[in-house]
Write a protein that binds this ligand. Structure first.
Ligand code: FAD
Ligand code: UQ1
Length: 430
């Protein structure tokens, strides 16, 4: 027998619903998850298993393990391994609506879709991530399409071009940039630089420059210091507070603006661009976001600041921490707890500490494993100093993390390394 939600969706002509077994457990709450990426699936899987009726709105035919794209760009992984058909990862006991969120009307508990009729919810979880914004840099879209020397690891459609460009480089000026605005995995624009450096060293003479709009190479002083040492050892020039504004492929020139408004032009033989991003436009224009376009949630509970039955997870939120899958894994535990308490009418007690992690690849066999919480305070899982370059840490990133992601995170079991830390770093700070 179809549940209440199933029959409503059917009446409204949601044709692309992949239905499955539904638990009719007497739980009358309908949880709608907008976005079936890392965060959306991790929460949907658990709450559906607990007996809630869950609908996931996800238009993409594939689910991507985005962290692999850095290794793909460095020739250390295969592009095909970074994605699976979305049906293969969608929990079997949720409704999958293959449509796009076009608007959210929280005053009516309603999500407006591109093709199908609107869906109402008791609880809404926003998990739509952020999206590419190549138009933020003049000439970039064309250069990514037409210039074999200009590339980015930020996107399935771009990542394998990076390794081609790295292999085709025969020496000269190689530029790597970090963009203004929101970015996933803020370490990735320099990780790919270290992988490229590793490939080029002892082969071709490369003059490497890193340009970042930020005032430091990394947001956490402990890791920033170590990364400046890494750059110094590798003869990489670091240019702070300098933002890429234009790619002039015809003349092989990259144009930048410095913090004091000065224009800088640099010739290039290779250019890796940290792709600018922005919130998903339909979400940014809706009532659940703040003026910056991000879903406005409480830092501890992940509950919306104005609409108590709306929650948020991951890259689409205002949470003041680095946007990573590691952060999402930790957030998933807290937001599940908040949603459970909200449904039961209890006060919310979740207190997410901002945990995030950035596995900073520094060569084909070494990695600095940055882990920190709100305020950029280091919060490491293991008893050793993770700020040192280590082969074991690289092995974890390359061989352990993908397995954790596919087998546990998107299935709702991995909620970050907090438990592991209790064993592996019992005397670490809490
Ligand atoms: P996503 O996983 O991006 O999911 C958002 C979902 O929303 C997508 O499935 C999308 O199709 C869907 N969506 C979009 N618009 C709509 C709409 N209108 N309606 C409905 N659905 C919509 N993290 C790490 O922890 N470690 C790393 O080493 C690391 N490296 C990275 C390297 C690269 C190159 C990149 C790109 C990312 C990396 N990350 C890393 C970051 C990590 O992948 C993201 O932070 C994480 O996937 C964010 O999860 P999310 O659920 O917020 O968003
Ligand atoms: C992590 O939990 C995670 O999510 C699965 C990642 O994304 C792929 C990471 O890159 C990292 C580093 C973590 C943190 C996990 C440990 C064991 C430190």
């Amino acid at each position: 027998m179809l549940s209440r939600v199933a029959s409503v969706l059917k009446q409204r002509g949601v044709r692309s619903v992949v239905t499955a077994r539904f638990f009719s457990s007497g739980v009358s709450k309908h949880i709608v998850v907008a976005g079936g990426g890392t965060g959306g699936l991790s929460v949907a899987a658990t709450l559906a298993k607990e007996g809630h009726e869950v609908t996931v709105i996800e238009p993409s035919p594939f689910h991507y393990y985005q962290p692999l794209w850095t290794l793909v760009g460095g020739g250390e992984a295969k592009l095909e391994d970074s994605r699976k058909p979305v049906e293969n990862v969608m929990p079997s006991n949720v409704y999958h609506v293959k449509d796009e969120v076009k608007d959210i009307i929280p005053s009516e508990n309603k999500v407006v879709l591109k093709d199908a009729a609107p869906i109402t919810y008791d609880v809404l979880l926003m998990a739509t991530g952020i999206t590419e914004n190549p138009d933020a840099v003049k000439g970039l879209k064309e250069a990514l399409r037409d210039d074999p020397r200009v590339c980015t690891i930020y996107g399935y459609k771009y990542a394998s071009k990076v390794w081609d460009a790295v292999q085709e480089f025969r020496g000269g000026k190689a530029l790597f940039t970090f963009p203004a605005g929101p970015l996933k995995c803020a370490g990735a624009p320099q990780k790919i630089m270290y992988l490229a450096h590793d490939h080029w060293s002892n082969r071709y003479p490369a003059e490497i420059d890193y340009f970042t709009c930020l005032p430091a190479i990394f947001g956490v002083p402990k890791y920033s210091e170590r990364l400046m040492e890494v750059c110094s050892k590798r003869d990489i020039n670091v240019n702070l507070q300098t933002t890429l504004t234009e790619v002039d492929s015809a003349n092989s020139i990259a144009k930048f603006t410095s913090a004091d408004g000065e224009s800088i032009e640099r010739p290039f033989d290779f250019l890796h661009v940290g792709l600018p991003h922005k919130p998903v436009p339909a979400v940014a224009q809706s009532d659940v976001t703040d003026a910056t376009g991000f879903v406005d949630v409480d830092e501890g509970t992940l509950q919306h600041k104005r609409f108590p039955n709306v929650f948020g997870i991951g890259d689409c939120t205002t949470l003041p921490t680095s946007k990573t899958a590691a952060a999402v894994s930790s957030q998933s535990g807290y937001v599940k707890n908040s949603i459970r308490q909200f449904i039961k009418g209890e006060p919310l007690t979740s207190d997410y500490n901002g945990y995030t992690s950035c596995p900073l690849i520094t060569s084909k066999n070494s990695l600095i494993l940055a882990e920190f919480k709100y305020g950029g305070v280091p919060h490491e899982t293991f008893f050793w100093d993770q700020g040192n370059e280590s082969a074991l840490q690289f092995w974890m990133k390359k061989s352990v993390m993908p397995a954790i992601y596919w087998n546990t995170l998107v299935k709702g079991y991995w909620q970050g390394p907090a438990l592991l830390r209790k064993i592996a770093n019992p005397f670490g700070t809490d």
